[in-house]
Design a protein around this ligand. Structure first.
Ligand code: 13P
Length: 249
């Protein structure tokens, strides 16, 4: 049985004070009887604040990206080793906002993913199609290419130490969630594709759904057989909403 995981991606929001307050509220509301794992990915510069507040808690700390290099002349990048110094356990890679707005290629995403694996951070590999690709029935070509870039670089065995997040771009921040059937179809396709290479890895892999997950649709999404939790954007900025989502998993 796969354990479920709910991760808040705070994106570029808040302030040190707000991140700290949000985390305090989340910690207060989580309770002991939670059946899922929970993670939060604050902006890089809020990591020290959040890491301190997380001491002694089981909530996983994550970053919103990770460099494809260890150190040196790579202005603006933050390495896996630096993130680990702050207690990061997770690192989002290949978020659609990085791929689309900042032009990160699948090859670069794969290199970032490989660095996370090399240093023992758990990459949350985001894959997903834009609306036009879905409407022209290219969803599986697109996510297949995004997945293959990582498989060719880091190998299928690396997925035993990683998490995949299916985030249809048309559902992110739009309030338009994929239906449970649409999401399940893609999640099942991802797992089957990996199962062709390694059935054990596929069976144990956590595949999260992201894209307008809210307290009122989370339980239905998480009840699908191949949806193992969520990567939550907007709703993770409100402690009550995020807690309700965590308790639905
Ligand atoms: P929303 O939950 O705001 O749609 O964002 C999803 C997302 O991009 C999480 O990484």
């Amino acid at each position: 049985m796969r354990r479920s995981l709910v991760v808040g991606n705070w994106k570029m929001n808040g302030s040190r004070e707000k991140s700290r307050a949000l985390l305090d509220d989340i910690l207060k509301g989580l309770g002991q009887d939670l059946k899922s794992d929970v993670g939060v990915c604050p902006p890089f510069v809020h990591l020290p604040e959040v890491a301190l507040a997380l001491q002694g808690s089981s909530v996983l700390l994550g970053s919103q990206n990770v460099a494809d290099q260890d150190e040196g002349a790579f202005t603006g990048e933050i390495s896996a080793l630096m993130l680990k110094e702050f207690g990061c356990r997770l690192a989002i890679v290949g978020h659609s906002e990085r791929r689309i707005i900042y032009g990160e290629s699948s090859a670069l995403v794969a290199a970032r993913y490989a660095k996370a694996i090399e240093h023992g951070l758990i990459p949350i590999l985001c894959i997903g199609e834009i609306l036009e690709e879905r409407e022209s029935e290219r969803t599986f070509d697109v996510i297949g290419e995004q997945l293959d870039a990582v498989l060719n670089t880091a190998g299928v065995a690396s997925l035993a130490k990683a998490v995949i997040a299916y985030e249809p771009v048309w559902a992110i921040g739009t309030g338009r969630t994929a239906s449970t059937e649409q999401a399940q179809e893609v999640h099942c396709w991802i797992r089957s594709r990996i199962a062709r290479l390694d059935s054990d890895v596929a069976e144990n892999l956590q595949v999260l759904y992201g894209g307008s997950v809210k307290p009122d649709n989370a339980a239905a999404l998480f009840s699908m057989p191949d949806i193992d939790g969520g990567l939550i954007g907007g709703a993770s900025l409100d402690a009550n909403s995020f807690l309700k989502i965590c308790h639905s998993a």
